[in-house]
Design a protein around this ligand. Structure first.
Ligand code: ADP
Length: 256
């Protein structure tokens, strides 16, 4: 609590009482803590690839490496630079959505087309892992009022995660169905699953079940927090069910 006290005086300036204002600042404190955590996390996430890039460049400058070593170091440097780029793009995306600065008036959006386009975009990534990427799209799904770019981003993040966290030879299924006044989008995989204890936290910025695995797969830890913001921006709901070793299903409900 923050307490402010002020005296009450009568016409003769003698104090006849006091006013005490107690303000509950738990929320303000919590937000401040979250902001500090976020800045700390961002700094750390940016610093790690940069330190690695500097290290490899310095080694190359200081030594006369063989062609093999030279090429393999250059590849690592490129991967780390790509990682920085993805991170910065995700941070910009997140900040745009959070500040509503890219707010466009909502337009008529054909979700079936968005899903088709996303599948086309991610098909080759699925093929590389021999993952069967299938769509079960109810073609009678009506258009909804939405931000087209944001819905594309939402589908990309969910399907990309499903491919990332599903082992070789697995299956990812995307479906859309109208139900009552809602459109139900589902992305289901038969991948590694998420432990029950982690489920409530996966939408937090930078939260990852297995940091090393996410990093190896090129994750930034921001994908699902971006998804959650987009869903909220569209007055929708997102839920997740998962079982370790069996798979994961994300369901998004959007108002029609
Ligand atoms: P990342 O960039 O690490 O993938 P996200 O915000 O997209 O970050 O997801 C947060 C974490 O949730 C991931 O690191 C992963 O541990 C878990 N996760 C997300 N989607 C899936 C999925 N389909 N199967 C298993 N785990 C998942």
């Amino acid at each position: 609590f923050r307490i402010q006290i002020a005296p009450i005086q009568d016409a003769n300036k003698s104090t006849v009482g006091v006013v005490a204002v107690l303000r509950d600042i738990t929320d303000i404190r919590r937000l401040e803590e979250m902001r500090k955590d976020f800045v700390g996390n961002v700094s750390h996430e940016l610093k790690t690839p940069l330190t690695s890039i500097k290290g490899y460049v310095e080694t190359l400058l200081d030594s006369k490496p063989s062609d093999n070593i030279y090429n393999s170091f250059l590849n690592i440097i490129k991967e780390e630079a790509d990682r920085l780029q993805r991170l910065i793009e995700d941070l910009l995306n997140l900040s745009k959505i959070e500040s509503h600065s890219n707010y466009k008036s909502k337009e008529d959006v054909d979700i079936v087309k968005i899903i088709d386009d996303t599948i086309l975009l991610l098909e080759s990534k699925a093929k590389k892992k021999d993952i069967n990427l299938v769509a079960d799209l109810n073609l009678s799904a009506p258009n909804i009022q939405a931000d087209q770019d944001q819905l594309s981003r939402l589908m990309i993040n969910l399907i990309d995660n499903a491919i990332k966290y599903t082992p070789q030879g697995g299956k990812v299924k995307v479906s859309v169905d109208p139900k009552e006044e809602k459109l139900i989008l589902e992305v289901e995989d038969n991948g590694i699953g998420i432990p029950e204890d982690d489920l409530p936290r996966i939408f937090e910025r930078f939260y990852r079940v297995d940091k090393a695995r996410s990093r190896k797969l090129g994750g930034t830890g921001l994908g699902l927090s971006i998804v959650k913001h987009i869903v909220e921006e569209h007055q929708g709901n997102i839920s997740v069910e998962s079982e370790i070793g069996q798979g994961t299903r994300f369901s998004v409900e959007l108002p029609i």
